[in-house]
Structures are given as structure tokens and as C-alpha cells.
Design a protein. Structure first.
Length: 255
């Protein structure tokens, strides 16, 4: 459906770059760039303690620990809160996807942002956490698993192809270490608690079916693991949000 000229006038007359937004923009623009190892440490420590769990649950527990140990920050003028790091301009590393580039950057004393166009600083304590996490993931990371699989399928020439710039999707994701998530608008419409309730109800149905000795037991076991992971992550997000809400209340009492 086309937008009417009157609607366009209304859109064009809207002042987006308000004084509040200008202040936030200037603070961000003038802030130094930092790389943090906190997320990598939290994720890795969770992974070390969850080896007996299904893979879906291990990922959920790791995400939950990352959220539980995240810095809770509300900066002046922010209306949407929740920061990846404690820094105004900061980025986290993902050693579980590509620890090799992290260690290489630390050795070269040149750590770059995810865009790989700007150098960033690393606090000594954060650097130690980055190095420890990256060293743990050598041989276990997504990149290592992809390369092992490709070498088995293609032979030694696979690495030569990579060095010459040949890429497939899995190789690219493993090498740059960037996450790609799927978002379901239903979460916004129904809320996290309703999602948790639905997952628990569905899990109860699956658990009740075990008494019939189902032929698809493996599929049902996998479904339970997926439902458990949904519950774990949604509950962690709620805790994360409530921490921000509590901080906002404390700030309101003193300002």
C-alpha cells in the first residue's frame, strides 16, 4: 500500500535527532573503542561444567550465564537499555566460533572491532580472560570442527582453496565468528512468560507420552532438550530485564 503525501509530510516533519539523541550520539562518537572478554569467559566457564547435558541445553545454559554475569548499565538519556559490554563503545569476542584470530590479534598486539576496520583497546584483565577462553576452544571451536570436516571431505587442498579466497557459507561463518539469530515476532506479541508456559505445557505432554514406550523416543528426547533450552533462555532474559528495572528504580529515587 502506497504512503499518502500527507503521511509523508508527517514523517518528514518528525524531529528524530532530538537534543537527547544528540547527546547520546556525541558521547558514543567521542568514546574510545574497547574489546571485552567477559562474555567469552562466562560462555566458556558454563561450557566446561555442562558436558553431560544435551547440546541444545548446553547452549542455553551458556547464554543464560552470559546474561546473568552481564554488566547492568543505564546511561543518561537512554530509553532502550541493555549493553553488550560495560563500555560506551565496546564489543565482545566469541572464542567458541573462532579462537585462532583472537589469539593472533593478542600476539600481534592489535585487536580490531567486528568490522575489522578500527583498532580497539583491551584492559589487561579482559585480555587475560580472552586468552584463557580462546586457548580452551582450540580444537573444539566451530571453525575447528568445520575445517576438520572439510579436510576429511576434500583433502589437504581444502586449506589451499581457503587461502586463495574460496568460501562456502559455513567456512565464512566459522572464520569471522559472527552470530546470526532468528527472531520470532510472537515473542513480542505474547511475552516471555507465556512462551515459558507454553514450553512447559508441551514438555509435560511429551513426558506423559513416555509411558507408552514410543517408537520415536529419540525425537521426543530431542524435543524435551529444545523445550528445556527455551525455558532456560527465556528465564535468563527475564532476570536480565528485571536487573535493569531495579537499577532504573534506584536511579529514579536519587535523581
Amino acid at each position: 500500500m502506497a504512503i499518502s503525501s500527507e503521511a509523508m509530510k508527517g514523517i518528514n516533519s518528525t524531529v528524530v535527532f532530538t537534543d537527547r539523541v544528540k547527546k547520546r550520539h556525541l558521547e558514543c562518537e567521542g568514546a574510545p573503542l574497547w574489546i571485552s572478554g567477559r562474555r567469552g569467559r562466562s560462555f566458556t566457564e558454563s561450557w566446561k561444567t555442562s558436558e553431560s547435558e544435551p547440546l541444545n541445553v548446553r547452549w542455553a545454559l551458556a547464554i543464560a550465564r552470559v546474561l546473568d554475569e552481564s554488566s547492568i548499565v543505564i546511561r543518561d538519556g537512554e530509553l532502550i537499555v541493555g549493553s553488550e559490554t560495560k563500555y560506551v563503545r565496546g564489543a565482545e569476542v566469541v572464542p567458541e566460533q573462532n579462537p585462532h584470530d583472537i589469539l593472533k590479534s593478542l600476539e600481534q598486539k592489535e585487536v580490531r572491532t567486528m568490522s575489522e576496520v578500527m583498532s580497539a583497546s583491551v584492559d589487561p584483565e579482559e585480555e587475560a580472560a580472552m586468552r584463557e577462553a580462546a586457548e580452551y576452544w582450540i580444537g573444539k571451536s566451530i571453525r575447528d570442527r568445520v575445517e576438520t570436516s572439510r579436510l576429511r571431505q576434500c583433502g589437504p587442498q581444502y586449506l589451499d582453496l581457503i587461502d586463495n579466497g574460496v568460501r562456502v557459507m559455513t567456512d565464512s561463518v566459522a572464520r569471522v565468528g559472527k552470530n546470526q539469530g532468528n527472531f520470532n515476532p510472537r515473542i513480542i506479541r505474547e511475552g516471555l512468560q507465556l512462551t515459558i508456559d507454553r514450553a512447559r505445557q508441551e514438555k509435560a505432554k511429551v513426558m506423559q507420552s513416555w509411558c507408552t514406550f514410543p517408537k520415536d523416543a529419540f525425537a521426543r528426547y530431542h524435543k524435551i532438550a529444545v523445550l528445556d533450552s527455551i525455558i532456560i533462555v527465556c528465564e535468563a532474559i527475564i532476570r536480565f530485564a528485571r536487573k535493569h528495572a531495579e537499577l532504573a528504580r534506584q536511579m529514579a529515587e536519587t535523581e
